[in-house]
Ligand binder design. Structure first.
Ligand code: KG4
Ligand code: ZN
Length: 340
């Protein structure tokens, strides 16, 4: 029997990705994600359809992860799952499955906060060139989240800023929708932005105090701007797509960077670790990497597969919890909102 190593099966089902991973300590042996395509037809995630798709995907996704890892179920030491935050119907699929399997295999159950997963994904072996040193500022930017967290230790973290309405990914996706681009439009805005002039159009930045964010006004500003311009010129979007995308992206990056700079000033912490789907954005990456030289920051950007929703990030948190013997009760349940 393998007594040295800890094998964790991790399950993530908080939104529209059904994901399973197998970790051997901090090494990822398998990281499987089934992205639900169905939502593309609706321009956003439809909760009812998401939970139904999780039900269909969860068994094959877990099977595939175990096969890919080349292990046997009997080797597993623990099962980690996302307790929240997320869509209740989606979370319940993962929680129920994790509980039943832990019960059947008689191994510990490890509840994981999805947001802690994004923050600790940097500690997966090989996730980025170097692991961030504590304390660091974790910046999670995605379709569901926009947060700045002061991470003092693995499980000592404090949210110091967050969105009061939409997430930054929604600002990307909803602006893209206004431009007639398919969902999720963030990657397309990124692609076209690289061909355009970021200063061609000006969108005002929201005035939100402290380290908090607001993006709902931004998407409305883009909508009104496009409506006004297309009234004068019906071909406005086609003729200016690259410049509009570059200007949208430029403003969204400025909003994020202003708050990161403020957070650095406030905390004195210059180590920045970003995560979430929007951290794939080439503009954000470039600006952050140039900030290393400009401001003397240490910037950590994990590999793409560990940055968007995935189960490996849930597994690494599960692994750290396993080491602390921080196990969950079998009557644990999902919660749409969590606090860590
Ligand atoms: O982390 P993620 O896969 O799921 C959530 O937790 O939401 O993030 C998805 C979000 C979407 O809003 C998508 O448009 C955005 O990340 N995204 C991007 C890029 N790639 C993904 N936004 C801007 N530029 C990108 N390259
Ligand atoms: Zn997420």
């Amino acid at each position: 029997m393998d007594t040295q190593n800890i094998y964790i099966l991790a399950i993530e089902s908080s939104c529209d990705d059904t994901a399973a991973a197998i970790l051997k300590n901090d090494v990822v042996l398998a990281n499987v994600v089934a992205t639900q395509k169905i939502h593309e037809n609706y321009g956003g995630v439809v909760p009812e359809l998401a939970s139904r798709a999780h039900q269909q995907n969860i068994v094959p996704v877990i099977d595939q992860a175990i096969k890919k890892a080349g292990i046997n179920k009997s080797q597993l030491n623990g099962i980690a799952f996302t307790k929240g935050p997320g869509l209740m119907g989606s979370l319940l699929v993962g929680v129920s499955f994790a509980k039943s399997l832990a019960m059947a295999l008689q191994i510990p159950l490890l509840e994981v906060d999805h947001m802690q997963g994004h923050l600790l994904a940097h500690f997966i072996k090989g996730a980025s060139f170097t692991k961030p040193e504590f304390p660091f500022l974790g910046v999670t930017i995605s379709g569901g989240h926009t947060q700045i967290v002061n991470v003092a230790e693995h499980f000592k973290m404090d949210i110091i800023g967050q969105t009061i309405d939409d997430a930054i990914g929604e600002a990307f996706d909803k602006s893209a929708k206004t431009l007639g681009l398919p969902y999720p439009g963030g990657p397309l805005i990124d692609k076209y932005a690289q061909l355009g002039n970021p200063k061609a159009f000006t969108f005002s930045k929201p005035r939100v105090p402290d380290l908090n964010f607001s993006f709902s006004g931004f998407k409305t500003a883009v909508l009104y701007f496009v409506q006004k311009q297309t009234k004068d010129n019906p071909n406005f979007i086609q003729e200016n797509l690259h410049d509009i995308c570059a200007s949208i992206q430029y403003t969204l990056i400025e909003i994020i960077m202003d708050k990161i700079k403020k957070a650095v000033k406030q905390t004195g912490i210059k180590t920045i670790a970003i995560g979430g789907g929007v951290s794939a954005n080439s503009g954000i990456r470039n600006v952050l990497l140039s900030a290393e030289k400009k401001y003397g920051w240490q910037v950590h950007i994990p590999k793409f597969e560990y940055t968007t929703d995935n189960a490996a990030m849930i597994g690494i948190v599960g692994y750290f919890k396993y080491l602390k013997k921080d196990f969950s009760d079998l009557n644990v349940t999902a919660s749409a909102r969590t606090k860590f």
